[in-house]
Design a binder for this molecule. Structure first.
Ligand SMILES: Nc1ncnc2c1ncn2[C@@H]1O[C@H](COP(=O)(O)OP(=O)(O)O)[C@@H](O)[C@H]1O
Ligand SMILES: [Mg+2]
Length: 938
């Protein structure tokens, strides 16, 4: 509906009446009261300026009788309630003119002595108006909250007859709204006499008065301020009401036509006002002007000006101007409204059309509701899965949430993604383990050469699983130098068990969210690696390889190793809580395999939960076999070659392993073989291009450098022959065992009798060198009693390579030997390497990594190795291929070391450990087999 604020009085009135449950429409009432005074005027003598005085016209009376309020009044007056007449001061109109006009009506009016149109009181309660004055001829509802007024005036005076008079005056401009009037000057002198035609109590402290404007009045004086404002008043008559005046006529017509224009623009009042205007007599310019002025939305002061203008012509002039402005405002308002409507309707239309299009598409089967599709998809995914109660609750909640959401909202996408994850996870899906031992051992043998210990460990592990029904709750940790096959054997475990395999490297991981996921509140949030792994492998029991676990980082985003702990701990991981998933997932069926180069940097609590399997480096023979059986065929195939095209001869391979690839693992060897085949492929391809046929290429010792360049210079080999003061030690690093040299020289310029140490040595090794120095000082006199070497020399000890940090006590023996060798100026036995911690009293203590150290000694071509007596057991447990070709001596105290190191040829007073050779072992095995069979037969 269109609501136009052009006629506020009418509007407010209408709402009031609705509240009062009146049946009459507001405008009709208005018209009646208007007519009741307007129409008689039109008939009366125009020359009489005081138009209000003669209202005995029959029509007027008739109209008045139609008014319900008037009717009530009539009854009251007719029953002769004289008291009300007496108590109320009234102005009695001169009745002469009335009687002259029509004596019979006069008679009638004599009976109705308080007919409102005839007599007005000369003293009335005053209602100050704060916004707009009331114009004569208009009706307004007026809410009274002043309790004094309600008690004194409304209840006492108005209630008897149901009506009364009030004077309505606009307050002066500087009186604030609600301010009490204390002085007559605070009110404008011209106001409107209002007849209260009805009082409606709204609630305990407010009453609504329905006031109709009767007549212009002027405020003579204020006769009472408290408790109720009362004033004496005088009527004001219109001036120059000459209807025949052309100017007045013209203005009247102008006003009527402008009102018509306004009405045209305002459909709400159109119909009723139209009727009214058709009936209005343009010969009644004074009241027309008042009515028109009240229609406008001008401020109170301007309206007051109209009220104060008694001269009809100038009133018409002013009102005509006001109406013009009003019309213009209406036009602008209309325009704005139209524009708004257009805008809104355009959007509405589009929406409507889109909805229709959707409906049509659906009807034609062109497009099924996307959301329904999605929900269907999610539900079908869940069908064959065994979802835990807790997760199910979350999923159901999210599904119903998705149904409610608008597809264009961001929340929708978040929920959708979340559901994608929740429904894609392999809840309750498990691969059946293959716990057949022969199958497992076959696969392990097929995929890896050697590694007996590891394979045995894995088979044992599977055997336990077979007996207990599952391999649950175990974490394997494969530790060893790079390139020895840790990662690839992890994969083989999955093959052997017939499980899915997932590998992720935790090396360098610093963000805990990679394991535990991001909370869903983040944009682009994702679950952690483990949940991702379950999604990709589509099974709840894959083999998960946590690669490089010793290199796990520590970031500012929390400690990833603590998250790993939660993942690996069998006590916790059946309730693994990913931040994104936000509902627990059972990881206890996952078989975790970790790999590491060293155990040192693995957080202790993590290590405690793992079953460690050591992989040591390979010796040359093993590398040879691995190369022949796995690396060469594999790489040859990758290069697109066959055995007929290229062959790497045994002697070439030996050189390759012995001089190019001496590290414990085989990754470097693999790269070299790859390089050889790449170059070979190029040669073969270019020859084929030239001659049109393939030729066979043999790679032998002599042409090897063509393919892989000159042998790289390695640190193990910086001395072909060790001079006095230089001794070979053995060290164990995460990259495997290695040889290292201890060099000592005297520094003639330095302080006397002191030792200087360089080579990035750690605290333990520094201490160890001090101990060695003290011990050597004491030991020297026992072998060369006259030597004053240590007292007179400043010694410098260095351990190359200087850039590699080194630490540990195991170089103790080596340091002592190097110092003694320097002191005696005597080189030690060639191709000798040693390891062992030394105490101040010269005891040799056991050390770790014996196998790696012995392998390293063998790799760098040593002949004799000294190990602490405490490590004898470790040596005896080794496979013959590890120690074959080495003389291994054990040392209890430094004397044992000295005996071997400073003698040439056969060692007097000691002999190397007698260890079984491969041949002997084989024979022994054969023999025991034969014995067993003979026992059986007997
Ligand atoms: N015993 C072995 N038998 C066959 N191949 C091996 C063996 N050890 C290592 N390899 C191969 O050497 C390469 C490097 O092994 P990898 O598992 O990556 O080492 P790591 O993880 O211990 O650093 C792989 O191609 C692997 O197949
Ligand atoms: Mg690896």
């Amino acid at each position: 509906t269109n609501v136009k604020p052009a006629a506020p009085y009418l509007l407010r009135y209408s709402s009031l009446l609705n509240a009062g449950k009146s049946e009459a429409s507001p405008l009709l009432l208005f018209q009646r009261s208007f007519f009741s005074r307007t129409l008689p005027n039109l008939c009366k003598d125009e020359s009489n300026g005081d138009g209000k005085g003669k209202k005995e016209n029959e029509e007027s009376a008739k109209k008045d009788e139609e008014m319900p309020d008037d009717g009530v009044e009539d009854v009251a007056s007719q029953t002769g309630e004289q008291s009300s007449v007496v108590t109320r001061p009234v102005i009695r109109r001169p009745s002469t003119s009335i009687s002259l006009t029509n004596p019979s009506t006069f008679q009638q009016s004599e009976k109705r002595i308080i007919s409102p149109d005839e007599v007005f009181p000369d003293e009335v309660p005053i209602i100050p108006l704060y916004r707009r004055p009331l114009m004569p001829g208009l009706i307004t509802p007026f809410t009274v909250r002043d309790q004094d007024f309600i008690q004194q005036v409304v209840k006492k005076e108005f209630s008897r007859s149901g009506e009364g008079y009030v004077g309505l005056f606009l307050v002066d401009q500087d009186v604030r709204e609600g301010e009490k009037i204390t002085n007559a000057t605070q009110l404008r002198s011209v106001g409107c006499l209002g007849r209260v035609t009805r009082t409606v109590p709204v609630n305990a402290d407010s009453t609504v008065l329905l006031i109709s404007g009767v007549q212009r009045i002027s405020l003579h004086d204020i006769v009472q301020y408290d408790p109720v404002l009362r004033g004496s008043i005088e009527e004001l008559a219109n001036k120059n009401v000459n209807v025949q005046d052309t100017m007045i006529k013209a203005y009247t017509m102008q006003i009527v036509s402008t009102i018509k224009e306004i009405v045209k623009l305002n459909p709400f009042f159109k119909e009723q006002l139209q009727t009214f205007l058709d009936q209005v007599d343009i010969h009644n310019p004074a009241e027309l002007a008042d009515f028109a002025a009240a229609l406008t939305t001008v401020p109170g002061t301007e309206l007051q000006e109209i009220l104060e203008t008694l001269d009809v012509e100038s009133r018409l002039t002013k009102v005509a101007k006001l109406l013009e402005v009003e019309l213009e405002t209406s036009r602008v308002q209309m325009k704005i409204q139209k524009e708004m409507e257009e805008k809104v309707s355009k959007a509405q239309r589009q929406h409507f059309l889109k909805e229709q299009l959707k409906a049509i598409k659906k009807e034609l089967g062109l497009e099924v509701d996307e959301k329904e599709n999605l929900l269907e998809k999610f539900r079908s995914r869940l069908e064959k899965k065994d979802i835990p109660k807790e997760a199910n609750k979350v999923i159901e909640g999210e599904l119903s949430k998705l149904q409610m959401l608008e597809p264009s909202s961001s929340e929708y996408n978040v929920t959708r993604n979340y559901l994608e994850w929740l429904t894609q996870l392999p809840w309750g899906i498990y691969h059946k383990d293959n716990l057949n031992l022969t199958h497992a051992s076959k696969i392990l043998e097929k995929e890896h050469y050697g590694l007996e210990d590891v394979k045995r460990g894995i088979l044992e592990f599977i055997a336990v699983g077979k007996l207990t029904g599952s391999v649950q709750g175990k974490i394997l940790c494969l530790v060893g130098p790079p390139g020895v096959g840790k990662t690839s054997i992890g994969k083989s475990i999955a093959h052997a068990l017939n499980r899915k395999f997932f590998r992720f490297s935790v090396g360098g991981m610093t963000d805990i969210a990679e394991i535990k996921g991001h909370r869903r509140t983040y944009v682009g949030a994702m679950p952690g690696k483990l949940i991702q792994c379950l999604k990709t492998t589509e099974t709840s029991n894959p083999v998960v390889l946590l690669d490089e676990i010793d290199k796990i980082g520590k970031g500012y985003q929390g400690d990833p190793s603590s998250a790993l702990l939660e993942v690996l701990d069998p006590e916790q991981n059946h309730n693994f809580l990913d931040h994104y998933l936000d509902t627990p997932y059972d990881l206890s069926h996952v078989l975790f395999v970790c790999t590491a180069n060293t155990l040192d940097t693995i957080p202790r609590p993590l290590l405690d939960r793992m079953e460690v399997i050591q992989l040591s480096g390979y010796v040359a023979d093993e590398k040879m076999s691995i190369a022949k059986r796995y690396l060469i065929p594999e790489e040859r195939k990758k290069a697109g070659l066959t055995a007929q095209d290229v062959a790497i001869k045994e002697n070439a391979l030996k050189v390759l392993i012995g001089q190019y690839c001496r590290e414990p693992g085989v990754r470097n060897l693999k790269h070299h073989i790859e390089k050889i085949f790449r170059k070979a492929a190029f040669k073969i391809a270019s020859v084929e291009e030239e001659h049109g046929e393939r030729s066979k290429l043999d790679i032998v010792h002599s042409n090897l450098p063509d393919f892989v360049g000159k042998p790289v210079f390695t640190s193990d080999k910086i001395y072909e022959k060790t001079p006095p003061g230089v001794v070979t030690g053995l060290a164990y690093t995460p990259m495997g065992g290695t040889t290292l040299y201890v060099e000592t020289v005297t520094d003639p310029t330095g302080h006397k009798s002191d030792i200087n140490v360089t080579g990035q040595l750690g605290d333990v090794m520094r201490e160890s060198s001090r101990i060695a120095y003290i011990f050597a000082k004491h030991y020297l006199p026992r072998v060369v009693p006259e030597s004053r070497f240590f007292e007179t020399s400043n010694i410098h000890v260095h351990v190359p390579e200087g850039a590699t940090p080194k630490d540990g006590p195991s170089a103790g023996c080596t340091l002592v030997t190097a110092l003694l060798s320097l002191a005696m100026n005597q080189p030690v036995r060639q191709k000798l390497a040693m390891t062992g911690e030394i105490t101040l009293t010269g005891l040799v203590l056991p050390i770790g990594g014996v196998k790696e150290k012995i392998l390293a000694a063998k790799r760098s071509g040593m002949k004799t190795v000294i190990v602490p007596e405490g490590n004898r057991k470790d040596v005896e447990e080794l496979k013959p291929y590890v120690y074959e070709g080495l003389d291994i001596y054990t040392a209890k105290s430094y004397d044992d070391v000295y005996r071997v190191a400073f003698s040439q040829g056969v060692v007097v007073g000691a002999s190397p450990l007698s260890l079984p050779t491969t041949k002997e072992l084989k024979e022994a095995a054969k023999q025991s087999e034969a014995e067993a069979s003979s026992e059986e037969t007997s």
